[in-house]
Write a protein that binds this ligand. Structure first.
Ligand code: HEC
Ligand code: HEC
Length: 277
């Protein structure tokens, strides 16, 4: 009786041992298989896949939406990168929030080139390229235009899939690039166009900038118009601070405008608002 139970115990110990060895071998087998499967690139090998993994920009992994670098739209980039700080309900101090025309107006007034340079190189708490270092220049322009245009601006951005700006100049110019290049050279000042590109942010009919006379609001313009054409031209060209502390930046902040172009924009605004210049 005693002998029998001893025998049983020895048998079950053996089963456990053999079973353990089988499981161990199985685990080793799968580990070896996994290591050779190519799922992980071997660091010492220089296969294409290993190289690509190493040089892959961090941002590509973060975007994860499969759109190739250079082809991402302003909206896509905004939603992945800039939203963190520029969302409509962001509470990051000083970051101008999308669709908040009042916060964007003084930025827009700096002109597109300044905004682009500041976003490219960083500006106070604004990190260079918003921290997404793989953005191309055209992509950055697209997303700035996207944000600003949702916020009272009217900028042109390089189209997705269009030839890069320098290529466009030498051959078949993309329509957007051609228009941009032609704008500063225009000799006949188009008041409406200048208004829409520079002044609308603060003087648009629905602008939220305090003290600024809004286009088509005859009552807001009446007292300005009384000052006379030359006074308004001068104040628009040189800049002007009103008695209530309202601040009109010189040339609306766009120093590329000629005096005649500013005058044309004033004339356009006044004539849309009950005046006759
Ligand atoms: C980590 C937060 C953060 C992120 C992300 C960020 N920004 Fe900003 N951005 C700021 C802050 C803060 C300011 C205001 C800086 C100031 O005026 O002192 C700013 C200002 C700007 C301005 C105005 C610059 C000027 O000259 O007035 C532009 C344009 C801009 N950001 C574009 C972008 C774009 C495009 C992205 C996405 C690619 C982006 N930002 C992502 C924080 C951020
Ligand atoms: C950043 C905002 C901003 C932009 C951009 C801007 N303005 Fe103004 N402008 C103002 C404000 C604010 C006032 C009112 C100042 C006050 O009287 O308190 C004003 C006033 C004026 C006046 C009346 C001056 C007077 O003597 O009463 C004229 C004319 C004018 N702007 C022309 C322009 C033109 C033309 C442009 C575009 C080229 C432009 N502004 C762009 C903010 C702006």
């Amino acid at each position: 009786m005693n002998q029998l139970s001893n025998h049983k115990a020895r048998g079950s110990a053996l089963t456990t041992l053999v079973g353990g060895i089988v499981i161990l071998l199985a685990v080793l087998f799968f580990l070896v298989k996994l290591a050779n499967s190519g799922y992980f690139s071997n660091v010492e090998e220089t296969t294409t896949s290993a190289t690509e993994t190493r040089i892959m920009p961090v941002g590509t992994l973060a975007m994860g939406d499969g759109t190739p670098i250079g082809e991402r739209t302003g909206e896509q980039i905004f939603n992945k990168v800039c939203l963190q700080c520029h969302a409509a309900d962001s509470n990051v101090p000083n970051a101008p929030r999308i669709t908040n025309n009042g916060e964007w107006a003084p930025r827009i007034a700096k002109g597109f080139d300044t905004l682009f340079n500041n976003a490219l190189n960083g500006f106070n708490a604004m990190p260079a390229k918003g921290g997404q270092s793989d953005l191309t220049d055209d992509e950055l322009k697209r997303v700035i235009a996207y944000m600003a245009n949702q916020s009272g601006g009217n900028f042109e951005a390089p189209a997705v899939g269009a030839a890069p700006a320098d290529a466009a100049a030498s051959g078949e110019a993309a329509p957007a690039a051609a228009e941009q290049a032609a704008a500063p050279a225009a000799s006949t000042a188009d008041g409406k166009q200048i208004f829409e590109s520079t002044c609308v942010a603060c003087h648009g009919a629905t602008s939220a900038i305090p003290n600024s006379p809004k286009i088509t609001k005859n009552d807001e313009w009446a007292s300005r118009i009384k000052k006379g054409k030359e006074a308004l031209f001068k104040n628009a060209i040189e800049g002007f601070t009103g008695p209530g502390g309202g601040f009109m930046p010189a040339k609306g902040g766009n120093t590329n405008l000629s005096d005649d172009e500013v005058k044309a924009a004033v004339t356009y605004m006044v004539n849309e608002s009950g005046g006759k210049f």
